[in-house]
Design a protein around this ligand. Structure first.
Ligand code: PLP
Length: 464
């Protein structure tokens, strides 16, 4: 991109304005200063196009979110109609709007049994903050004021607000930053099967993780622990699929200790694993709280939703004193345009049987990706339906990582992008989370491109 000739076209002015003024999330300032941004200006179906007219398969659905693909006029029209009719009015107290109300009922119908109550926010971070804040409030209302600690997992990603970042267990995210709540958030091991201690099989590793959690609860004192938070399949931490039975067993331990289970389904919800929510349908347990964002509006509008069980609702719904309020909320809680986008998303998922489609093409993607193991630098290929991770290693037998400064996954990303496919490098893992509506031909193109990209970069990686 750096050598592209820049002139006075509006898109080039945008490129310059971006470079001068826009602080991008999660960005390396050094390369940004040198290269600037790729300006994505149009998109349709599973492809995006930049201002230089290059079109790419978007194998990451924007950022795990454009689940129904780009350029869906039905969603855009629903948003436009809603914006013209009622763009905004607050939902504090007793006012509401039609899309937010109807969406709440639709979410309750689709969430596991007792999760019938939704609190709206603006994305995954605020939805996770909401989960913790209301859980703390819940235990306060029960008179269990000591129950405040949250157990999270190393490599878990839960967002970027101050508290959601404290929940996040990815080491690099914290470098140079302060952490609040040092004594509130505690991390246990990631359910990383590929990096499990040597000599353990999957079942033994599951026992190990469950024991570790039990010990941690014991150390902290169950009376001090409010909740456990986990993604059903860890996403940004490298697409980690837990050992069989892990979530069910963890949920059981939580129940035994009156610890609430928060399932962060920001990525896994809304179809990515072939179901509305993965916790019950894929992993066989009913959490107390489900956190949703991203795919809920198919990424067309910012929206977060925290779903609470009847049991939690019944406690927090009792005012502290006559006339007392639940003092939590965002200006944009239940934003009509975002909720209209979510309603249109649900309609399309049902009308087009998108969940069935994911259950069909998901295993095809996973099977084809396994072929990448033929490249020596690929140590592991893993995932579930339409989320996948390809971990690169310097030495497969010893599972030895490439040094981070080598940017191994980034090199594959660049080689794939040159060939028209956008994947996401995360550490030494190449992450895929394509739009749910992609077809088998798109999957073939993505996998074939990854073969070529890996073949191109492997010799230099292994030599370096
Ligand atoms: N939780 C998970 C599992 C996520 O993957 C993300 C974002 O990637 C978040 C929470 C934070 O969501 P947001 O960026 O919308 O605040």
């Amino acid at each position: 991109l750096a050598d592209t000739v820049r002139n006075d076209r509006p898109e080039d002015l945008a490129w310059q304005a971006d470079k001068n003024h826009f602080i991008h999330p999660y960005t390396d300032f050094t390369t940004f200063e040198r290269e600037g941004s790729q300006v994505i200006s149009e998109a349709s179906g599973v492809t995006v196009t930049d201002t230089d007219g290059r079109t790419y398969i978007d194998a990451i659905a924007g950022l795990w979110c454009i689940n129904l693909g780009h350029g869906r006029t039905e969603i855009a029209d629903a948003m436009g109609k809603q914006a013209s009719r009622l763009a905004y009015f607050n939902t504090f107290g007793h006012s509401t709007n039609v899309p937010a109300s109807l969406l709440a009922a639709k979410l309750a119908e689709r969430a596991p049994g007792p999760l019938n109550h939704v609190f709206y926010s603006t994305g995954g971070s605020t939805a996770n903050d909401t989960a913790v804040r209301l859980i703390h409030y819940y235990f306060n209302r029960l008179g269990k004021h000591a129950k405040k600690k949250i157990i999270s997992r190393n490599d878990g990603y839960h967002g970027s607000t101050y508290f959601a970042s404290a929940l996040t267990g990815i080491h690099g995210v914290h470098l140079g930053f302060d952490r609040i709540s040092q004594d509130i958030v505690h991390h246990v091991s990631a359910a990383n099967l590929y990096r499990r201690p040597q000599g353990m099989d999957e079942a033994q590793f599951c026992d190990f993780l469950v024991d570790e959690l039990q010990q941690r609860i014991h150390q902290l004192g169950a009376e001090n622990v409010a909740a456990f938070i986990a993604e059903p399949v860890m996403g940004a931490g490298g697409v980690l699929v837990a050992p069989a039975g892990y979530h069910r067993r963890v949920a059981q331990i939580c129940r035994e200790n009156e610890i609430l289970y928060i399932a962060d389904e920001v990525v896994t919800g809304f179809g990515r694993l072939g179901h509305w929510f993965a916790s019950e349908d894929r992993f066989g347990h009913v959490p107390d709280v489900i956190v949703s964002a991203k795919g809920i509006s198919s990424g067309y509008c910012p929206l977060g939703a925290t779903l609470f069980s009847d049991a939690i609702h019944d406690v927090i719904a009792v005012p502290q004193a006559p006339g007392g309020l639940l003092s939590h909320g965002f200006t944009y809680s239940g934003h009509p345009v975002s909720c209209a986008a979510a309603l249109a998303t649900i309609d399309i998922i049902e009308r087009d049987n998108v969940l069935g489609h994911v259950r069909e093409v998901g295993p095809y993607l996973q099977a084809r990706l396994k072929e990448l193991m033929r490249h020596e630098v690929v140590g592991d290929v893993r995932g579930d339906h339409l989320m996948a991770g390809i971990e690169l290693v310097r030495d497969r037998a010893g599972r030895v990582n490439f040094a981070p400064e080598l940017g191994a996954a980034h090199k594959v990303f660049t080689a794939a992008r040159k060939r028209g496919v956008i994947v996401r490098p995360v550490g030494n893992v190449i992450v895929l989370s394509p739009p749910l509506v992609l077809g088998k031909a798109d999957i073939d193109r993505i996998v074939d491109t990854l073969h070529e990209a890996l073949a191109e970069v492997s010799p230099a990686l292994l030599a370096g």
